[in-house]
Design a binder for this molecule. Sequence first.
Ligand SMILES: [Zn+2]
Length: 564
Amino acid sequence: MSATDRPRPLLVVADAGARLVRRGLVAPGDAVRWDGARVVVFRRGPVVCELPAACVDAPSRAPYLPRDSQPARAHPVVHPGVRRCAPRMTLALHNTLTRRVEPFQPLAPPRVTLYTCGPTVWNYAHLGNFRTFLFEDLLRRYLEAAGYDVFHIMNLTDVDDRTIKAARAAGTTLRQHTEPFVRAFFEDRDYLRLRPAHAHPRATESVAAMITLVRRLLDSGVAYQGDDGSVYFAIDRFPGYGRLSRLDLREIKVGARVASDEYAKDDPRDFALWKKAGPDDDAVGAAWDAPFGRGRPGWHLECSAMSLHEIGTRFGVQTLDIHAGGVDLIFPHHEDEIAQSEAATGRPFARWWLHGEFLNVRGTKMSKRFGNFLAARDLREQGVDAAAVRLLFWQTHYRKPLDFTDEALAAAGEGVKRLGEFRARLLGEAGEGGRGTGEGRLAELAAEFEADFRAALDDDLNAPQACAALFQLVHAGNRALDAGAGGAGAALAALDRAMAVLDVLPTPRAPEPDMARWIEAQVAARERARKSKDFKEADRIRAALRARGVELEDTPTGTKWRVV
Ligand SMILES: [Zn+2]
């Protein structure tokens, strides 16, 4: 194929395209074209990738934009029935590095690499931890909704001072002690509707990468072996130390060391990268052989090694687009992560640092230490709908402390119920007689809502403002429905797009067996009425079901119902 008859590079608008980038089959800069069930990649000649059938039928979310093609000359391929969407460049996020809200720009759009510090699985994660994970879920979902192809890494800290201490106290091994808490974390994650990370590396399974990183730091002279046998990072040999936490560098005591994973901001010291194994470490199976002595990694080292390993092997980069965590991690954890990573690679470690504020209970930071500890599973066992927890958290900006009270949770529960009822009304309208499609007051309200919703979240994830827009839609939308307005289909679609980000619709409840039998009988009676063209009777049955909180959806395979 000569250069002249080579097809021009086209834009690919497809989920599948984004997945190919992620798998490394396509690199930023390649020209890519859809060809039926195949993606054709032009590098030094065409490379054809077969797509799984599911990808062909459901294209489009994140577009893949060849770096060297000019959008003005390119021919976008738009799949039928699919809204084309390019990453919006209007999102601005607060960067702890600069203490400013800055326009977000990833290294190689549409890809965004996101690393979030995961749980330390020495015990159940508490709701304060989950506030951080929920803010990160909002960040990830909004990036995805905005057209980015996010690769989310969340580690599991299954070896550190606390896990070893807890395993020792329980008289068991590290693995045996942490495994149930890993399972519990995934259960809690699913209960709270957090999108699973694409990679969940475990510290104990990433020790080889940690040893390599320590080796590099020793070779470059920023690390040294102390007389206690452990390896330390010399903070005075890394000029950028203290940049993230705005540390007063005069406080640095040259040569003073700390072996513990956690220490205070007013006492910065050389910190442990690799701790020489002690009897407790060996007793619980938390010691590994390394060229610089048998030992175990420091907590800070773990995150640097796992994140650099993931993005290095998958994407060939050494800089994360976003690193996120709770504000309590800024010092020393994230400060130390930056020092280790940048001293080893010579590259910026993360372009954006995002930090979420604490969850307070009775005005005090929730923690086991203060005895005001609440686990996610406590709420689940009390029958609290996860949607209410999510809505409660969205109603305070992630950079402001949030007070958790039963009253606030109950109010959020009411809000969730109202949303569910509003959606059921829209679905009822949109599904019948075509009244919901096309123009109408509801379509206008939906367009206003979507503009407000985006403007709010574009402004450093202002979820409280986004929720205000949402409930404005519910209020005005209900009045428009009362007045028989059209456009319910457009409103339903807008609501569902917002729900892909906030995910606060009520969890469908399973009815009692008697109730389920009654519903089935009513659905069958409605089906008979529809077959004999008695639409009045069919509508009456539908209304009777709706009055009892049963939502119907007519599908090609029959009528489905759920209790909301
Ligand atoms: Zn971390």
